[in-house]
Design a protein around this ligand. Structure first.
Ligand SMILES: Nc1ncnc2c1ncn2[C@@H]1O[C@H](COP(=O)(O)OP(=O)(O)OP(=O)(O)O)[C@@H](O)[C@H]1O
Ligand SMILES: [Mg+2]
Length: 416
């Protein structure tokens, strides 16, 4: 006997669903819950096997799905008919619900309730589902991470995004630092609206794919920015799964570069309730990234944090290649690129190692102008960032924005 909980919050499909479930042998509906909290409370009693719930249930997020699974309750989502069906299904998948049934095909609900869940598959056959849950990979997601000590994550993320855009790649720069956004300030974007918080609200309503344009500020022909948290304490508004969904939607529109926080610590309290962990934004970005760029400071403190960070990172990447950037190299430190390479390469397998010069003049000039380093005139730092982009996206290196053929060299300090 499969014991079912239902939460429909008064949706039109509820009575049909209850009728269909009641008719089917082997299914018993234990409770009609009034809302998600009621459902989670009922699930925690340990008697139910399946939760049938509207994909648009208020508050439904990855943490709630995780909690259901913790109590061995398998979620089956009903996707309301109408505009936004595909995005609702995509979002359900994103937060970990593998079985979905369209409202227009409710007759398959009892089968979905009785089906054994395959480890990583969708249970319910549902027309058009494959395309919806596996969005076309338009571009890549590049996560820029680095340990504590302000090693230059934001400067580098903004520089890489601007350089990609300069080469004609449609690029979205996302500020996902849970300790407070800085991209808006660095780029002189003064309005109060946070793109990230807007994305969080749209994700909850399943509307982000349709309204993706509204969460970005366009700051160049090929560059959009999703600004970050206006105040550090507002991280609580970004629920689990939001950053991952935002990046997935972003990659349908081109390249995505995401600036993250410094900490990779998992918050155990987030396992027991529906509140997110603070570092989930960073962990989620790294999890969905196609490549991770790790930036560390070239001084002794920075390098030891970098080494520890690379070890920690090994446990949280979903297998994405890792590239290291050692920032603020200067002769007064007394060590060479080779000395550093010897040390860093011992800690993890790298796809690439790059060095950026300490270039206070270039960053000051850029900060005062509210532009990225690569947009504010020729500089050693701008050239070095351009060299990193050559390696990240080699196909972008051959043609300059004007159509000029660029001279391509490999390795560091490429002349421009
Ligand atoms: N190559 C460089 N040369 C000189 N100054 C730099 C360089 N890279 C970054 N900086 C400066 O270092 C400071 C920290 O940089 P940034 O804000 O990019 O770091 P972050 O890792 O994002 O820090 P936070 O932890 O605050 O998010 C800034 O003042 C920036 O201008
Ligand atoms: Mg920063």
């Amino acid at each position: 006997m499969v014991v079912v909980l239902v939460v429909a919050a008064g949706a039109a499909w509820e009575s049909t669903a209850l009728g269909l479930l009641a008719e089917r042998q082997g299914i018993v509906v234990l409770k009609r819950c009034v809302d998600l909290d009621d459902l989670l409370a009922a699930a925690s009693a340990g008697q139910a096997d399946v939760a049938v719930l509207g994909a648009d249930t208020h508050g439904l997020d990855q943490a709630a799905v995780d909690l259901l699974r913790k109590h061995s309750v398998r979620p089956v989502a009903v996707i309301p008919s109408g505009v936004g069906m595909d995005s609702a299904r995509l979002r359900a998948t994103r937060i970990g619900i593998r079985a979905t049934v369209s409202e227009s095909e409710l007759t398959s609900l009892p089968d979905a309730v009785l089906a054994d869940e395959a480890p990583s598959e969708t249970v319910v056959p549902d027309e058009g589902q494959d395309e919806a849950v596996q969005p076309a990979r338009g571009g890549g997601v590049l996560a820029v991470w680095g340990p504590a000590g302000a090693p230059g994550r934001t400067t580098l993320a903004a520089g890489i995004a601007a350089e990609l855009a300069r080469r004609g790649c449609r690029t979205t720069l996302v500020d996902a630092d849970p300790y407070g956004g800085a991209i808006a300030q660095q780029l002189g974007i003064l309005d109060e609206v946070s793109g990230l918080l807007a994305a969080a609200r749209l994700t909850a309503g399943g509307m982000l794919p349709e309204r993706f344009g509204s969460v970005q500020r366009t700051i160049g022909p090929h560059l959009g920015v999703v600004t970050g948290l206006p105040r550090a304490d507002r991280w609580v508004e970004v629920r689990s799964g939001v950053v991952e969904h935002l990046l997935d939607v972003g990659r349908d529109h081109g390249q995505v570069v995401v600036d993250t926080g410094f900490s990779l610590e998992h918050d155990p309290a987030s396992d027991f309730g529906s509140r997110p962990g603070r570092n989930q934004m960073t962990l989620g970005a790294i999890d969905v990234a196609d490549e991770v760029v790790v930036v560390g400071n070239a001084d002794p403190v920075g390098l030891s944090r970098l080494a520890r960070g690379l070890v920690e990172l090994r446990d949280v990447t979903g297998g994405a290649p890792v590239r290291v950037v050692v920032n603020r190299m200067r002769p007064t430190l007394g060590w060479s690129d080779k000395d550093i390479a010897g040390m860093v390469e011992g800690f993890t397998r790298l796809t690439g190692l790059h060095f950026l010069p300490d270039d206070r003049a270039a960053v000051d000039h850029a900060l005062v102008a509210g532009r990225t380093v690569v947009e504010s005139g020729d500089s050693a730092l701008g050239r070095a960032i351009s060299g990193i982009v050559d390696e990240l996206l080699p196909e972008s290196a051959s043609v300059a924005p004007s159509g000029r053929v660029r001279r391509r060299t490999t390795g560091r300090g490429r002349p421009r």
